[in-house]
Design a protein around this ligand. Structure first.
Ligand SMILES: Nc1nc2c([nH]c(=O)n2[C@H]2C[C@H](O)[C@@H](COP(=O)(O)OP(=O)(O)OP(=O)(O)O)O2)c(=O)[nH]1
Ligand SMILES: [Mg+2]
Length: 132
């Protein structure tokens, strides 16, 4: 099965993370996610991430820091989540495609339901922020 390369942004400000909710008709629908989406054509992962964050939540990103790369097999779909920290951006994130979005304190993230592949990302987010 072809692996879908996904650019994912963990948007952080003062130990709060901006998350959005996937529409019910989407793959892993209804679950919360870190904004992002599939790399298209010859795009690099950072080009895809800049584009997706602009389209989905209306921010302009100035820089990224690598967080973690996760490969996961959902059975119906295989994804590679290429995850970066997003801390340097302009604009206020808002769900521009009708999706729910909110800032959540890092300590509260575990009370939200994310797709299975996110488990490892969530651990890394919590541990990286607790060492700051
Ligand atoms: N953006 C994002 N996708 C995730 C996360 N966790 C996770 O398993 N995924 C999966 C769900 C999807 O199968 C895939 C992302 O694809 P997507 O549907 O968001 O891609 P896209 O925004 O380009 O969607 P589309 O416009 O092509 O419909 O990665 C996450 O935290 N954020
Ligand atoms: Mg998306």
């Amino acid at each position: 099965m072809k692996v879908v390369h996904v650019a994912v942004g963990v948007i952080e400000r003062d130990r709060n993370i901006f998350i959005t909710r996937r529409a019910s008709h989407q793959h892993q629908g209804g679950k919360w996610e870190f904004p992002g989406g599939k790399c298209e054509g010859a795009e690099t992962v950072l080009q895809a991430l800049s584009r997706e964050l602009h389209e989905e939540i209306g921010i302009e990103c100035h820089s990224f820091q690598p967080l973690v790369v996760i490969q996961h097999d959902y059975g119906d779909k295989q994804v590679k989540l290429d995850t970066h920290w997003v801390r340097d951006f302009a604009g206020e994130p808002t769900g521009l495609e009708g999706q729910e979005g909110r800032w959540v304190a890092v300590e509260e993230l575990s009370s939200y339901e994310f797709p299975e592949a996110n488990e490892e990302i969530l651990k890394r987010v919590v541990s990286d922020l607790s060492s700051l």
